[in-house]
Each structure stands twice: as C-alpha cells, then as structure tokens.
Design a protein around this ligand. Sequence first.
Ligand SMILES: NC(=O)c1ccc[n+]([C@@H]2O[C@H](COP(=O)([O-])OP(=O)(O)OC[C@H]3O[C@@H](n4cnc5c(N)ncnc54)[C@H](OP(=O)(O)O)[C@@H]3O)[C@@H](O)[C@H]2O)c1
Length: 443
Amino acid sequence: MMPDTTTLETKNASLSSHKSPITIGLLGLGTVGTGVYKLLARFPQTAISKIAVKNLDKQRSLSQIPPNTLTAHAEDVIKDPNIDIIVELIGGKEYPYQLIRQALESGKHVVTANKVVIAHYGPELFALAAEKGVNLFFEAAVAGGIPIVLPLKTSLAGNQIQQIAGILNGTTNYILTRMEQAGLDFQAALKEAQAKGFAEADPTADIEGHDAACKISILGSIAYNAYLPQPAVYTEGISNIGAADIEMARTFGYTIKLIALAKGCENNAVDLRVHPMLVPSEHPLAKVAYENNAIWVQGDAVGDVMFYGKGAGELPTASAVVGDILFMTQALQSGQSYLAGMDFSLPGQGSIRPIADTTNAYYIRLEAEDQPGVLGHLGQACGDHNVSLDAIMQKGTHPETKTATIVLLTHEVQEADLQAALKTMQAQSSTKRIHTVLRVFQP
Ligand SMILES: NC(=O)c1ccc[n+]([C@@H]2O[C@H](COP(=O)([O-])OP(=O)(O)OC[C@H]3O[C@@H](n4cnc5c(N)ncnc54)[C@H](OP(=O)(O)O)[C@@H]3O)[C@@H](O)[C@H]2O)c1
C-alpha cells in the first residue's frame, strides 16, 4: 500500500499571515536544546521567548540567555498565550507525553525529538493535533540529523517501499566497529564507548535494541501506512556477539551490524525487527562505521537509496529540530496552519509478520566434541528440519576441552524450521554449546 502523504492540505488558517517572528517555547536546554538555541539565533523569523529546565541554578554553556527566559515549570511555557510552537527536548516517556498532549490541547504546534513518545503515543497525539488543527513534527526522533521522516512522507511517496534497513543506533554501531577494527571483546568496546561519550552509563536501551526498535516502529508506520507499535517489533541486542563471531563473519565476507528492518510482505503484513545481522561486506550498510547512522531504502520506483550521517549530537540533532521549526514557521507565516499528511494517525494497527514465519539465511557458531561424525550429526539435524546448508567450517580445536569451533551457514530457510534444527543440535551429546545464531542480511 502506498503512503497517503503527498498532499500538504491547508485545513486551518487561524494564524494571521503577517505575524512575525514566530515565538518558540523550549522544553529542555540540554544537549539538543542548547544546539537548537544556538542554531535558531540565525533566523530572525523565530524568537525563543521561554525555556523550561529542571535545574535553574545549573551552569550553562550559553552566556546570552535573556533574564526571565528560564523557568523550572514546563507548564508555564505551554500556557503562555504568546507562544506558537512548543519544542519538546526533555526526553523520557510519560512526562513529555503529558506535556505534548497539553500543548496540542491548548492549540500549540509541537516539534519533538522524542522517539519513545512518538513510537508509543504517535497515533493518539497525531489525532489530537489534527482535531486541534495544529502540527506535530518529529524529524529528529529518528536518526538525529539525517533527514528520513520527511523524505519518506514526501520525496519517496510515489514508491511502494519494499524494504528499509537501518543502522539507527550510534552506540551499538560504535561498539561493533571497535570490535571489528581493534579485535576488542564486547565489554571492552562498551567501556570505550562509555568513556568517549557514545554510550550512556546505563546502555541497556541501546545495546538491547529497544532504541532502534522505537525508530523502526516509526519508519515502518510511515512507509507501510499503518501503525506498527514498538512492543510488537521483534528485538535482539548485540551483547551476545563475541570477537570470534566478528572474525568468522569476516572470513565469510560479512560485517556484523545491528540492523533495524521493515519489509513489506504479502497480505499487507510487515516484517519488522531489530537484531544483529551479517551484512555482505560490499554493501553500503557494512561500511557505516563508528557512531554514524544510515538508512537504506528500497523503493519499487526509485531503486536503492541510502541516507547517511550523524544520528545524534548537539548540532546534528538540532539541525533536524530547527528544520521542522522553520518548515512550520514558513507555513504559519504564509497563513497555513495544519499540514495534513505529516503523521501516521491511521486507524487500527498494521499486522506484523511473526518472527517464526520469516525466512532468513543463518550463521551458527557452536562448540562440539572434536571427533569423527560430528559434522554428520549436525548436517542430519538440519536435514531433518528442512534446513539446507550453504557452508560448514571447523575452525580451531581446543585440546584442553577436546572440542572444536564449528560454523554453519544456511541457505534461506524458515525461522521456525531453523529453531527446530537448533533444538535437535542442542540435544545431541556431541554439541557442547551453541554460542551464536545470527541472521544474514539479504539486500
Ligand atoms: N542527545 C542526542 O544526541 C539526541 C539525538 C536524537 C534525539 N534526542 C532526543 O532529544 C531529547 C533531548 O535529549 P538531550 O540529549 O538533549 O537530553 P538532556 O541533555 O538530558 O537534556 C534534557 C533537558 O531537559 C531538562 N529537563 C529535564 N527534566 C525536566 C523537567 N521536569 N522540567 C523541565 N525541564 C526538564 C533538563 O534540564 P537541566 O538542564 O536543568 O538538567 C535538560 O535541559 C530526548 O528525547 C532524546 O531522546 C537526543
């Protein structure tokens, strides 16, 4: 189904066309808020009149904030009748959701960088915005500075989107890059990412894939014209990946990346998931290194396109937020208000294909007894469950445990069959441990 996003219909022209400048209320003056404050200074058609922060006494890097601009009460900003656009940059889930609701209720336009709120409450908030005749924009919520939300809604709207594959989390991409380039194990690479400011003190949301799941829920909902909620995204993180997997993948011509995938299937179902994948080393996604993000989109008309750049950071994220503010400002100043087609406020939920029904090629690394016949047993387990093997490699023996590392690569098979084959392998007395099972990305 093609997204119904091509018309920017003016529904409400309640704001006078000569109002200038457009007044902005900022909620949050942290990393992104500071960037937005700096960038907006370039645009006299906007003026920041109030800013809500948590701690009024905090030392700030911005020196020229006019007196009485800061407040510790976000509600004061929302209630200010002179403010046209509320920019929510506080972060979190329930509190910013309440603030965005209140802002829309009181007829204010909203720009947010909050993927959690959009992924969880998007349809409800977009419906409210439409009812009130105001806009809710969220370009920065997916992949920070990379333009992808607006391009999907507008420039690519003529396509049926066959597949979106994204590297949407800078922390995990930094960790995987360092594991590959420096041979670090996962824990060492995570520590380094934390020391360099690329990972939070509590990195769970990033390394377990939840952050990327919010983002692909949003992109999938836009591309497939149906709400695909984040909790329904099948999600695996990267904490099980060992240095040995990175090396083995390279031997077979692959690079391991955390991929967020949205793929159109028959009967309007969408295959939506986040997990590490073996990406062919020559594919552009394999070359996305360190904290960078990328979104590779396959459309039936355009073919393959890739968006690449900084997925986070003060000015890159502010670039996307300010883009939304200026787009909205231009509309308001030309007498338009509500721009239809900028949301995914569609009734009902899209159907997500269960992971067991998906088909993939697989990489399996296991440890088995180092004795004749073991490869035959593994081949039998696969054959018994319709899993055909593409390659099998024994790499290194461990004399102290009398075991060997074995890697299997399968052809494309159904996930349910693969899981059954793994169960059989695990039950074989010669199998000591199945270390890693990864899917292979197929462009
Ligand atoms: N950082 C990035 O690179 C990035 C990239 C993409 C999207 N985002 C999204 O952008 C949003 C903001 O992220 P950030 O990194 O800028 O966060 P941050 O640095 O932690 O800043 C949060 C700001 O919100 C203020 N704040 C917190 N609780 C508040 C409350 N109860 N009332 C009023 N103000 C409050 C804080 O005040 P104090 O300054 O007084 O502490 C601070 O100024 C999040 O939704 C995040 O997911 C961030």
